[in-house]
Design a protein around this ligand. Sequence first.
Ligand code: ADP
Ligand code: MG
Ligand code: ZN
Length: 621
Amino acid sequence: MNKMTRFSIWYFLLFVLVILVVQNYFEVRRFHTISYSEFRQLVDVKGIQEITISGDIISGRLTKDGVEFLTQDGKNPELTVLSRQEGMAEPPFTVVRLEDPDLLARLDSQGITYTARLDKTWLTSLLSWLLPMMLLIGVWIYFIRKIGAGAGGGLMSIGKSKAKFYVEDETKVTFKDVAGVEEAIEELQEIIEFLQNPGKFQALGGKIPKGVLLVGPPGTGKTLLGRAVAGEAGVPFLSLTGSDFVEMFVGVGAARVRDLFAQAEEKAPCIIFIDELDAIGKARSLSPITGGHEERENTLNQLLSEMDGFDTRKGVIIMSATNRPEILDPALIRPGRFDRQILVDRPGLRGREEILRVHVRGVKLAEDVDLRKIAARTPGMVGADLANIVNEAALLAARKNKSAAAMADFEEAIDRVMAGLEKRNRVMNPREKEIVAYHETGHALVAESLPTADPVHRVSIIPRGIGALGYTLQLPTEDRYLMTKSELEDRLAVLLGGRAAEELIFQEASTGAQNDLFRATDIARSMVREYGMSPTLGPIAFERDRRPLFLETMMPPSAKDYSEATAQEIDREVSSLVIQAYNRAQEILAGKRDVLDRVAKLLLDQEILEGDDLRRVLNEK
Ligand code: ADP
Ligand code: MG
Ligand code: ZN
């Protein structure tokens, strides 16, 4: 019990006490208590009217004579006062009864009538005790309940999940409030449809993903999307944050997970949304030496087993969001768990404009405000930053007592927010941006020129998207289990296309290709050492199976089981594969110099280029 309740009980007791005192005071005022000797004298002088005897108390009314008798010589001054009050000329009195055998005879002789009344029954006296007690207990229970509800459960309810329920009309967020993430919305739409009409999908034998993981940098609207799904689907929405599971009590996290899924099963169809999954989903410790996070591991294991035991046909979908997918336990991302990942990436120019449009809905804008210009000035910013800019601009306008936010206010707001972000994010200067644009275009053009390479899905030069500065996303058209030598060579050429474009346009390399080179070298090395694809070395494997991951840190590198001369030959073969691929990429790009320029300019302008748009530019001659 906390301080608050105890206080309330004291208040209650004080209240009762005040009532008692007041009541007592009035009784004293209204009933005059006399002594038994006075009573006997009063009987003799006929100073009382009819009396009632009830238990040990005799009560009745005085006569005027009686009052006079009692107040003579200035005795009983309070009775004098009382008798002067309105209707109190013959005030009532009480007296405690004494053993007095001849009382009745004396009353008879004076002609005073008397009645006896039964003493309080045991029931009334019991009630007079019980009622206040029950009242007290009632008040106490009320407060306990209230505290329980407010603080999310006292000691008794540890382990009960703190799931909050957002139902349709509670969450007013809809997809209209989330802009610039059409792709994610499209995928989520499918899930909403399933929840609203599970029968339709099952009839066709369709399989709905069990878990959906929203992945993206902070502030891009993942939590917002989660809430919007609830608003759109109109099904119960059990939402928790990963850290809700992390408790100081052993076993509580696991119990919460169990409870959450039990609740979800009752409410199906429904959505479970676990925000910031990384708080529980961190990879279980690889090294047995560090260990120590058993509690979190228990929680994670419970989550994994609940997800496995779940049947999507019941209509429960588990959604989750994280901005650190790389630290998630691999078991979580395995098929059958969070097998569908939806990328919520930084918005491009058009996306930023749309997000701004969402946020200026509640703001009075001056004529000169151009959202497109604002979007153009804020590359790399996410939804949260843009919401911040709009808010900041509105505040600035209000401070200047303007009736509407003008472009100047937005410019100032951008500068303020930028200054805060510059420390956190890279902000590219125009020259860097140009290099990145050509680099990414290089990848994309090589990929589109090679028949076996996967088609380009999207090219982006928004800083800190998936990669460091920009990225070219290729999506395979089919699942692959085997790759031929020429396909691997094509892949090498695509990876080196970025560097090749830089060399071609700027006659100079930059550090931007670091990751590409690393991956290309890795592929080339595997081709030679593992797949036996080098013509000079022949079909010989120079590497055993990789050691199990969790032992990697603990074991010394194994000794080479081939000669020094072979090692040199391997190195030569690896580098010749890479260099050949690089030359091919350069050839391709040199032949398409004009297209390269055109696409790079377009990319600089739009920041994001979808695969179809890219192919349209390639096809127009
Ligand atoms: P995350 O969970 O990805 O870190 P949030 O969903 O918490 O980001 O976003 C924070 C705020 O930023 C939101 O409440 C919203 O006001 C704004 N915001 C972020 N992304 C968008 C978006 N795509 N469209 C509209 N507003 C957005
Ligand atoms: Mg969030
Ligand atoms: Zn690259």
